[in-house]
Design a protein around this ligand. Structure first.
Ligand code: ASP
Ligand code: MG
Length: 288
């Protein structure tokens, strides 16, 4: 049996109607005889709304409590989507990040996944049950709830796909693939059939919002084939892999751009005794 991880982002599950459409998409894969793990984000702008609520209470909320708050967004989606699957007579069960065995380091708001204990998910799959997992969240050694950084559900999906040795990790989103530039801003942008992990990593790190950069890094490290495709239209998306077969000699494959970036120039005089490492260590400690 083929195991496929299907990930749906916030816009794809923004309303209960859309959640029902997502359930239909999953049904197709189940009827095709595949074992399915689904990873979902919070509905629409739910995470932003939760952040805004916290800001009304505190300008410097505890990072630990922010993680407890923000993980509720994904928990809403997993339960509703699982109910929608039940309506289609598909056996399905929801899992929070910690129920799914996502173990992370103890860095609130920006934790990296250290291991995935797949026992619970595998138990579901063995019963031909769809496992519906909350993205973006995990648990640290001390049992604290953690989050993986904004957009982190993509990374949850790839981590689970890797741990299960799935055949494919599909990222369903509001665009139908990776484009040579952001199609919302550049009319002539073209969809790419394939892109290498390294090229995608460059684009993601430079601000192409389509994928969480760490998910691409993860996929590259474990050679996990990954596609970016549309939640709405049944068209082929873009395949991320190690080598692209077509247009090998392209020098530039895409252009990304980013707004709202901070450029910092640090001046210090010659007799400054510290090293640049001090500056980066300070920034890292604050998880910037
Ligand atoms: N819900 C989280 C966010 O909005 C995680 C995600 O969507 O991947 O950043
Ligand atoms: Mg995203």
């Amino acid at each position: 049996m083929t195991t496929i991880v299907m990930k749906f982002g916030g816009t794809s599950v923004a309303t209960t109607e859309r959640i029902q459409l997502v359930a239909k998409k999953i049904e197709k894969q189940v009827l095709a005889g595949n074992q399915i793990v689904v990873v979902v984000s919070a509905m629409g702008k739910a995470t932003d709304d939760l952040v805004a609520m916290a800001e009304q209470i505190s300008s410097v909320p505890s990072k630990r409590e922010m993680d407890v708050l923000l993980t509720t967004g994904e928990q809403v989606t997993i339960s509703l989507l699982t109910m929608a699957l039940h309506n289609l007579s598909i056996d399905a069960q929801s899992f929070t990040g910690w129920q799914a065995g996502i173990l992370t380091e103890s860095v609130p708001s920006n934790a990296r996944i250290e291991a995935v204990n797949t026992e619970a998910i595998e138990g579901a799959l063995q019963h031909n049950r769809v496992a519906v997992v909350a993205g973006f969240q995990g648990i640290d050694e001390e049992g604290n709830i953690t989050t993986l950084g904004r957009g982190g559900s993509d990374t949850t999906a790839v981590a689970i796909a890797t741990a299960l040795k799935a055949s494919l990790c599909e990222i369903y989103t509001d665009v139908d693939g990776v484009y040579t530039s952001d199609p919302r801003h550049v009319k002539q942008a073209r969809k790419l059939q394939e892109i290498t992990y390294d090229e995608m990593l460059e684009l993601a790190n430079l601000g192409a919002g389509v994928l969480h950069p760490r998910s691409v890094e993860f996929a590259k490290n474990h050679q996990m084939p990954m596609t970016v495709r549309s939640s709405y239209e049944d068209v082929e998306g873009t395949l991320l892999k190690e080598e692209v077969t077509m247009e090998k000699n392209l020098v530039v494959r895409g252009i990304a751009f980013e707004k709202n970036i901070v450029r910092m120039t640090v001046h210090y005089n010659d007799n400054y005794l510290g090293t640049l490492a001090n500056i980066f260590t300070t920034l890292a400690k604050k998880s910037y």
